[in-house]
Ligand binder design. Sequence first.
Ligand code: PLP
Length: 364
Amino acid sequence: LDTASRNDLQHHHGGRPDRDFARLSVEPTPVIDFSVNLNPLGCPEIVRRSWSELMEGIDRYPSLEGEGIARYLRERLELGEDQVLGANGSTEMIYLVPRALGLRRAAVVSPCYHDYYRASVLAGAEVRRLFLSPETGFRPLSSETLSSALADADALWLGNPNNPTGTFLPREVLWDLAERFPEKWLIIDEAFMSFDEAWREESLAVPPLLPNVIVIHSLTKFYGLAGLRLGGVTGSPDAIERIRRIKEPWTVNSVSEALAPLLLACAGYDRETRTFVAEQRSRLTAALEGVKGLEVFPSRANFLLCRWDREPDLDRLLRRLLARGICVRDCRNFPGLEAGYFRVAVRAPEDNDRLVEELAKGGG
Ligand SMILES: Cc1ncc(COP(=O)(O)O)c(C=O)c1O
């Protein structure tokens, strides 16, 4: 592998404060972890309450295809059996979809979650990046730009909202694009869509579905269940059948499978999460805007992309934050974000206040 492709295939994930402590030579201490974008309320109460019941099935094989998660997606989105598949986190589908579709040329709206790129390369596709621009505050690309990229590719990958920029495209824009290119695929990662108060109006997974739109879902962020791995995919019966044909058996464990339908009864938690995130995001954005040398970008998700230009070396800030018990996601390994970018999750108000207080002091 040449250097470029080796870098394409490396894992680029946050949520590893241990690595940051080692790289920056800081003595490890407990941290408030702003580098992972999980629900700040923690997982729903029903997970703990049902734990011993959930354990009862572990001596049996789960369903072949993750039926429990498929049921959750069917009922929540009011879709048919042939429009849904459950998965071991959205990650399973990010990797399966480009293989199932036989992608040869993919366009990826960037900076973005690295695995769209990695999965497409591993499926044998050539990948072209379409860059959102810091000059526009990472605002969505125009329909014309997206159209001309699609004209030259067989699929477009897009996070909506996009990680790490928080960029959001309205449903009607994507709908229109998909209709104008019926022979091309739109692969939309809605891992963070459930945090949005308007998710039902904005999701491309709410019927009617378009034949060439595939939506990837994650339950791990919204329900704070990253360790249990729950996700899935929705799309037209033809698209789902192509994915089903190559899906490995038993990827969804029996605990996740039994838990997923219980999450349908968490409407109160769902509402509370959305209100909490919307309120805390605007409060945190306003506070970060007041920090000298920090640029904060508008976000429609439960995280905020920031740029540090008070001092040239972001490491100085990261080292000092770690020493003070705060871990943020260094974004300099995202193509397009090399110049001092980092991302923070929206957390509880007292955590967010600590972050702002420490950022105000700078790298020292
Ligand atoms: C945009 C995005 N999509 C998908 C994933 C993978 O999530 P999971 O496999 O836990 O559903 C992540 C994880 O960070 C993410 O940020």
